[in-house]
Design a protein around this ligand. Structure first.
Ligand code: S3P
Length: 424
């Protein structure tokens, strides 16, 4: 699939011209965010009923005439609740902007009997939203709303966005014990004060990142006709938002030759938006010769010193976040203990037969230790080194015949929690 998705900074004033340009360029689709979700309404000729009731549009699909506009957010909102088996009867909605409108109308459309309370800083906006729902009266609750048991609390305000706290807002963190599910729409940071408090209080939590990525699913399917890998991309988005391009300690992949360190490091780096390096490549560049030649020319003892030096340099605060290592580095006695506090070491473990098969995918001449001794050499190294590799904090068992993306996914299963916890 050959598609690109670009961020186009656009003010409401620039929007008519932007839409014209995009139509002219034959765009496949468009997402809109605040404050364009309402501003676009006047520019569209063909709105879905839900979008026109909600007065908010965040997804456009071009058609021959103008633009069609299903309200993706509203649909996604209902489906995220349904996936968790939630049939809300009593809901408090914080906010009265575009997102709140989409949520309120989605709730009304899917659960007409729902008791909805609106809580917003701007009482006029709340009243207008209540009127637009055109059903029985929707109470607009005060900021310090009474503590009532709720099935669902939705934060559709920007409160909690990057750096912002909750003090003085309509969002009271107290009383969450009486709330079954908290749905946060703020996606940066991924772990807002509301999400943290809701987890502590034992509520079911639907995060803003989840909502954000889930909205991409119908858009992606509408624009491309293909399915969207929702679970995998939600996890990646959460990690990317949380890590924001840096880690407290680098992730270091260790293991015997053929375990896939140099294959997985760049994939992990690009999936998480992090820099990566391979210590073998650092050595080759610094000393100006391929590894096999260096190994023979320097002798093993000098080679080990040089690769250790290259690794220590990589630990510099501006160094790469993901490091693939040569197989011998972490197998040196005491190495993993010495550096355990400065990196997350992940050992990629495979049985010698599997590693031999995989190592054979490249010319053996690139690996001097195998070129000379073949499988017997690999088998012997396995026996000597395994006890050292097992000191690594994280262990991943390689599986015969597994495709690289699946191995990557399982590596993320292992790393996800510690990485998220490291930035909490
Ligand atoms: C070695 C592994 C190689 C390379 C050198 C020595 C080893 O790296 O550093 O040939 O002692 O296991 P890979 O593990 O990337 O093949």
């Amino acid at each position: 699939m050959n598609l690109e998705y670009h961020l186009l900074e656009t003010t409401p004033e620039q929007l008519p011209e932007r839409l014209k340009q995009l139509r002219h360029a034959g765009f496949a689709g468009l997402n809109l965010t605040r404050p364009l979700k309402s501003a676009v309404l006047l520019l569209l000729e063909d709105l879905t009923p839900l979008a026109s009731r909600a007065g908010s549009v965040n997804l456009l699909v071009p058609d021959s005439a103008a633009g069609a506009a299903p309200a993706a957010m509203a649909r996604v909102f209902s489906s995220l609740l349904r996936v968790r088996g939630l049939e809300p009867t009593r809901v408090r909605l914080l906010g009265a902007g575009g997102a709140a409108r989409a949520v309120a109308h989605a709730l009304r459309a899917r659960w007409p009997q729902v008791e909805l309370e609106l809580s917003a800083r701007n009482p006029r906006a709340a009243r207008e939203l209540a009127q637009s729902l055109r059903t029985r009266r929707v109470p607009c609750v005060a900021r310090s709303a009474a503590r009532t048991a709720l099935d669902l609390l939705v934060n559709a305000t920007p409160v909690g966005m990057a750096g912002g706290g909750c003090a003085g807002s309509a969002l009271s963190l107290a009383g969450l014990r009486d709330v079954r599910c908290v749905h946060e729409l703020v996606s940066v940071p991924w772990n807002t004060p509301l999400i943290k408090a809701a987890r502590k209080a034992g509520c079911t939590v639907i995060g803003g990142v989840e909502m954000l990525v889930a909205q991409a699913a119908p858009a992606f399917s509408l624009w491309t006709g293909s399915d969207f890998p929702l679970a995998a991309l939600t996890r990646l988005a959460r990690l990317r938002v949380a890590l924001a391009g840096k880690l407290a300690r680098p992730v270091v992949l260790v293991g015997l030759m053929g375990s896939g360190k140099s294959t997985l490091a760049p994939l992990l780096g690009s999936a998480l938006g992090l820099e990566w390096l391979d210590t073998d490549t650092v050595l080759e560049q610094r000393l100006g010769a391929p590894i096999a030649e260096l190994f023979t020319r320097l002798g093993e003892a000098r080679f080990r010193e040089e690769e250790r030096r290259a690794f220590v340099e990589c630990l510099h605060p501006d160094g790469p976040a993901i490091i693939a290592t040569g197989g011998g580095l972490a197998a040196q006695p005491g190495f993993l203990g010495e550096f355990a506090a400065r990196a997350y070491f992940a050992h990629l473990h495979g049985e010698p037969e599997l590693l031999w098969q995989r190592a054979g995918l490249q010319p053996l001449s690139r690996r001097p230790l195998l070129a000379a001794g073949g499988f017997a050499a690999l088998d012997a190294l396995y026996g000597q080194r395994l006890p050292h590799y097992l000191d690594a904090e994280f262990q991943l068992e390689l599986r015969a015949g597994e495709a690289v993306p699946e191995t990557m996914d399982r590596l993320l299963d292992v790393l996800e929690t510690p990485l998220l916890e490291s930035v909490c």
